[in-house]
Design a protein around this ligand. Sequence first.
Ligand code: NAP
Length: 248
Amino acid sequence: MRVLVVGGTTEGRSLARQLGADPARFAVTYSLAGRTHDAAVPGAPVTARVGGFGGVAGLVEFLRREDIDVVVDATHPFAQTMSAHVAEAALGAGTPVVAVARPGWSAEPGDDWRRVGSLGQAADLAPALGSRIFLTVGRQGVDRFVGDGSSWFLVRSVEAPDVVPPRSLLLLGRGPFTEPGEADLLARHGIEVLVTKDSGGEATAPKLRAARRHGIPVVVVDRPSRPASVPVVADVDAALAWLERQSG
Ligand code: NAP
C-alpha cells in the first residue's frame, strides 16, 4: 500500500515511522511544508518530501503520478488550508483519506478561559485582561499582535517569528514542558494573561494547569472547522487501525 502522510505534527512523524517499519506492506511518503529549519523527518525507509504541492491541482497530480493508495492528513489542527486541499484532492483523485487530529483541550474547574474564534479576536481581547501577556500561538500567529504597543509580551515559539511586538521578550522552546517550569515562567515574568491556540496534546498542556494554579485568565483560540468529507481519528493507533482496514 502506497501511503502519503501529510505531516508537520508529532503524530504524523510517528505514524510514518511505524508504517515505514513494515516495508513489505507499506511504501510511505512523508510530506512537510518546509516552514521549520529542523524539519523532523522520520528517516529511511520513509521517503521525505518538502514544500507545497501547488494547490489542489498539484496534489491531485502527485497522487496520480505516485500511484498513492491512501492519504493521511496528519497536519496540525490549525493548518486549515492544507486540510481543505487534502480533502478536495482526495475526492478529485478518488483516493481514500483519513485525518489524524488530537482532541482539543477542555476547561476544568478553576480554569478562567475565554474562547475566541480567531487570532485577531484574541489580540483584541487579551490586553483587556492584563498588560503582561504570555503569547504561545506559534511563530506564524505572532504578527497579529505586533500592533499592540502598550502590552508587554513574553513570546514563545519553536523558531523565531519574523516580527514581534515592540515591547516583548522572545523565548525559543519546543515542548514537552512541565507544570513547575511553566509556573516558574508565569511568576518570573509577572504574567497576567495567557494566549494559546487550542492545539491539544499533552506536550504543551502544562501551561494551562500552571495558569489555573495562578488564577491567570487564558484566551483560547478555537480550532478552525475541518472538511466534512474526511473521517477523523484521534491518534496514531486509530490511524494504524484505519489503514489496516483499508489494506483488508
Ligand atoms: P496551511 O496554511 O494550512 O497551508 C498553506 C500551504 O502550505 C498549503 O496550501 C500547502 O501548499 C503548504 N503545506 C502545508 N502543509 C504542508 C505539508 N505537510 N506538506 C506539503 N505542503 C504543505 O499550513 P500552515 O498552517 O502554514 O502549516 C504548515 C505546516 O506546519 C503544516 O505541515 C502543519 O502541520 C505544520 N504546523 C502548523 C501549525 C499551525 O498552527 N498552523 C502548528 C504546528 C505545525 P500547496 O497549496 O502549494 O500544496
